[in-house]
Design a protein around this ligand. Sequence first.
Ligand SMILES: [Zn+2]
Length: 292
Amino acid sequence: MTRPKVDGDAFRAKAEHLLKQRGRHKLPVDPFAIADEEGILVKAKPDTAGGVSGMLIKSGDDFGILYATHIPSWGFQRFSVAHELAHYFLEGHPEALFAGDGTHVSRAGFATRDRHELEADFYASGLLMPDGPFRAAMRRVGDGLEAIEELAALCETSLTATAIRFAQSVGEPAAVIVSTGQRVDYAFLSDAMREFAGVTWPRKGDNLPEDSLTARFNADPGGVEARRRDAAETGLRVWFETRRPVDATEEVVGLGEYGRTLTVITTETSPDDEDEDEEMEERWTPRFSRRR
Ligand SMILES: [Zn+2]
């Protein structure tokens, strides 16, 4: 199944517009307060099934939000509430999700390829990490993983949601990859990184490159669970098909109980530094083996 085409920028912009209207256009954004303004009752739901992030309940003109707490991450819980708010605010969502009254069960966090879920994820991302304040904060923080951690603290968002937003906004080449074991869950590349990467980069279900730090790091599940971290100098060609070798840094951090790892790849080299009239080097063969 291919990812439906959703204009992420447009949905983030809708959320940012709402924040401006309500005088909430600054970090951190409080999604609970926005729900409160709308008269939406918000409650924690500790016993949700795995993968479920939250629910939006409609009863006549009344709405309620339940958010999952089986993931003990404040950032994830805030994102879950913001995702349900998206279904409430976005035009067409209540009509599409509810035939009359009922409950919509969400799987937030760019985990599904359902159009309404994706739209709500982009909206939630824009609500908690609005473009203006997020870019202003980005200019004040460090590089790579450290920058993402500082932004996550400022926005009160999860490391993964912040990393995705970072890759979508940063002007420099950066790639963010989330993996489980030796498989890629997803990867987001900044525009500048895409210029290097050409057409090949890791996709969901691909194997991690064998000679990457991430592959070695994930070989020890204990390190992932203990939220250990590591960094190594590498080359972009370990991960991507680039025209020429480019030095890069690979940083990894274990995300804890889900067995997931966050990888951040950055380089000091700018894609503009690449010599354009250079004869094409021998094409490098992508190392990702397809599972399907
Ligand atoms: Zn949803």
